[in-house]
Design a protein. Sequence first.
Length: 323
Amino acid sequence: MNARSAPDGAPGAEAWWTVSRLNRTVATALQEGFGSLRVRGEIASITRAASGHWYFRLKDERAQVSCVMFRGRNALVGFVPREGDEVQVTGSVGLYEARGDFQLTVEAMQRAGAGRLWEEFQRLRERLSAEGLFDAARKRPLPPVPRCVGVVTSLQAAALRDVLAALARRAPYVSVIVYPVPVQGEDAPPAIARMLAVAGERAEADVLLLVRGGGSIEDLWAFNDEQLARALRASRLPVVTIATPQRKKCNAQAEVVEDNVTGFVVRYAWQYADAVIELLENHALREQFAERGYEKAREQFEASCLTRKLEALYTDVMDRGQA
């Protein structure tokens, strides 16, 4: 376009264009000339306005582009983007007429590579599902009264501290063995698979907790590995996997899949209390529990010094039952 060939509806060749008419004409041309675009780049800077909108710049090695993602759309993004993140966005190009700024209005965003990884995950899951690895009938019940819990995780993981704290607070009568493994990176799946086999051979624990905390999709991808999926199914011990809630894992063939350490331990601790109380139905303590009410009995079981006495009584009952 030049001053002698104005578009339809624009001022004649001899007229002076106003800035607003110029920007409006360019904005219209951009809207009509481009449809929805998919763009990949690195976030160079990002501002989260009080209005809830995101303003950021995408860049590659040669150029940058200004972007806006309005609150109603960014609320659907499943992660918090930061400077340096590689992302893939879908949106439309336009011109912010008030300032004459060329920008990309973003409608959707995902981490770069997430689409490819998700497609690979779906194919793997379908193949393993066809083999029956996820069949509910193949899942084993967890032991109702575990005496020892094995925790398979990294020694540096914050999730390990959460598990140990929850067990100490809610189930102090259970002993714990930690089986250290890496939980992210290429070395993690074979290392976890080997440790599951070792724990099964040693047979020290009644149940295993495979635990890790949050992270990026790349960090968590070790839990979507085929070798690990098959190792979980082949484990001699029942396995509970505890990881972040927003992703479906291939280790769904574990006996239980959890997303909260404390919640699981609390439920399991109550299950233990229920089992012991049932075993003591002919004991005088049963009457004491009944007098206080069932919920109070459970609270006393967890909080009072009766824990050791109940453990000893349970052991005695179990021994007499096996005699």
